[in-house]
Design a protein around this ligand. Structure first.
Ligand code: ACO
Length: 386
C-alpha cells in the first residue's frame, strides 16, 4: 500500500448567514469596503447548539458516505483546528466517538489555516509507510467564537464550517504525490489567538488576568499577513509541484486557503498562471481557517472542476507563521451510493451515540459499585461502612 488516494470528501456549513451588510450594522464598515479588499460577501455562523466537533462529524460522515466506507475501517482521524472546544479531550476523539470509529486513533493538529494540508501530509505519510490503511482528515472551525466582534479589522474576515477527506491506501500509483511544510515562528505575533491560561503580563501575576485584562480573541496585523501570504503561496506551490516531478502546465486546479481574493490573484500573477486555475469560494464562505481548503475542494468537485487524472494543488498559509502545499493526482471516481444506503449510514451514527452513552453509564455504575480501584482505599471504605 504505497499510495494514499482521496476516495471520499464532504463538507458542512452552518445554516446561519452573516452578510457584509449585517456586519455594517455592528461595526464601522461597509459591504463595498469588505468586498473590494477581500472578495467576501457573506460567511456562515455556527448556531449555539453546534460545536467544532459536531461540524467536523457532519463533514466526516458525508465523506465516509462518498467513500462507501464503514467507520470501523478508519484507522486514523486527524482534526485540524484552531477552535477546539477543549484543549483535551481532542476534537478528533469526540468525532471518533460520534462516528463509532472504534478502531481509530485520533488527534488534533494545530497549524492554523495551514492545518488541513499539514494533516493531509501526516495522514498520507502514515498510509505510505504502511502504519495505517485508511484515514480521515478534517478541517473544522467555529471562528465566530474567538472573534472580537468590535474589531472591524478581523471580525469581517472569518466564518465557520468544516470539510473532510477520506484517504485510502492503494497499490495504484497516484494520490498524494508530494508535500512541503514550513514554519517561521518569528512571525507568531502577526496572527495569534491566546490560549485560556495565557497571561500577556506575567510580571503582574495572575491578578492581572482576574481584573479582566485577558483577551482570548484573534489578533492580527493584516498588512503584514498580506505581505507574508503573497510571498509564500507562489513559492510553496512551485516547490511542491517540482518535488512531484510536474510542471505548472500539468496542474489542472489549485485549491488555495480561502483568505482573500487579492492574495490569490497576486499568487497567480507571480506564478504566471491564469487566475481561473485557482478555485475560489471565499465570496460565500469567508475565511474558515483550517476548514477552507476541504470545503473549497468539495465545492470544486460538485461544480465539476475536477476530472480523473487531474493534478491538484492544495496550498495553505496562516498563524504560526505556517504554510504548506500538497500535490495530488485526482484519480478515483467515487462509487454511486444509493439513497437507502445513505440513510442506513445515518442510522449507524445513532447506534454509535447510543453505544457511547451506554459506555458512560456502565463506567458510572462500576464506579459506584466497585469503589476505589486501590486495594488499601477499598479496605478503608469497607471499614467506614462498618
Ligand atoms: N471597514 C472599513 N475600514 C476598515 C476596516 C473595515 N472592516 N478595517 C480596517 N479599516 C480601515 C483601517 O482602519 C484603515 O484606516 P486608516 O487609513 O484611516 O487608518 C484603512 O481601512 C486601511 O487599513 P489596512 O489595514 O491598511 O487595510 P488593508 O488594505 O490592508 O486591508 C485587510 C485590510 C483586508 C485585513 C488586509 O490587510 C488583508 O486581507 N490582510 C490579510 C488578512 C488575512 O488574510 N488573514 C488571514 C490569513 S491566515 C488565516 O487565515 C488565519
Amino acid at each position: 500500500m504505497k499510495y494514499a488516494h482521496i476516495v471520499g470528501w464532504g463538507s458542512y456549513r452552518p445554516d446561519k448567514i452573516l452578510t457584509n451588510n449585517d456586519l455594517a450594522r455592528m461595526v464601522d464598515t461597509s459591504d463595498e469596503w469588505i468586498f473590494t479588499r477581500t472578495g467576501i460577501r457573506e460567511r456562515r455562523i455556527a448556531s449555539e447548539r453546534e460545536t467544532t466537533a459536531t461540524l467536523a462529524f457532519e463533514a466526516a460522515a458525508r465523506a465516509l458516505v462518498v467513500a462507501d466506507m464503514h467507520p470501523s475501517q478508519v484507522d486514523l482521524i486527524i482534526v485540524a483546528t484552531s477552535t477546539p472546544e477543549y484543549i483535551f479531550p481532542a476534537t478528533a476523539s469526540r468525532v471518533q466517538d460520534y462516528l463509532g470509529a472504534t478502531r481509530a486513533g485520533a488527534f488534533d493538529l494545530s497549524a492554523a489555516c495551514s492545518g488541513f494540508v499539514y494533516g493531509l501530509s501526516m495522514a498520507a505519510q502514515s498510509i505510505q509507510s504502511g502504519a495505517v490503511r485508511n484515514a480521515v482528515v478534517i478541517g473544522a472551525e467555529t471562528m465566530s467564537r474567538v472573534l472580537d466582534w468590535e474589531d472591524r479589522g478581523t471580525c469581517i474576515l472569518f466564518g465557520d464550517g468544516a470539510g473532510a477527506v477520506v484517504l485510502k491506501g492503494s497499490s495504484i500509483p497516484g494520490g498524494v504525490l508530494a508535500s512541503t511544510l514550513r514554519s517561521d515562528g518569528s512571525g507568531g505575533d502577526m496572527l495569534s489567538l491566546p490560549a485560556v491560561y495565557h497571561n500577556p503580563m506575567p510580571m503582574l501575576g495572575p491578578e492581572y488576568l482576574r481584573n479582566g485584562h485577558q483577551k482570548n480573541t484573534v489578533a492580527m496585523n493584516g498588512r503584514q499577513v498580506f505581505r507574508f501570504a503573497t510571498q509564500v503561496v507562489a513559492d510553496s506551490i512551485e516547490e511542491t509541484v517540482l518535488k512531484a516531478g510536474l510542471t505548472m502546465d500539468e496542474v489542472a486546479l489549485i485549491v488555495p486557503h480561502q483568505a482573500n481574493v487579492r492574495i490569490i490573484e497576486t499568487a497567480a500573477k507571480r506564478l504566471r498562471v491564469p487566475v481561473e486555475r485557482f478555485y475560489m469560494n471565499v465570496e460565500s464562505m469567508g475565511n474558515t481557517s483550517a476548514a477552507s481548503i476541504p470545503i473549497a475542494l468539495c465545492d470544486a468537485v460538485s461544480e465539476g472542476r475536477l476530472r480523473p487524472d487531474d493534478n491538484v494543488v492544495f496550498v495553505g498559509f496562516g498563524g504560526g507563521l505556517t504554510w504548506a502545499a500538497s500535490v495530488l493526482k485526482w484519480d478515483v471516481t467515487p462509487p454511486e451510493v444509493s439513497l437507502p444506503r445513505r440513510e442506513w449510514r445515518r442510522a449507524r451514527y445513532i447506534v454509535a451515540r447510543t453505544r457511547s452513552k451506554l459506555k458512560k453509564w456502565r463506567r458510572k455504575i462500576i464506579d459506584t459499585v466497585a469503589g476505589s480501584p486501590t486495594p488499601n482505599a477499598r479496605m478503608r471504605d469497607a471499614d467506614k461502612k462498618q
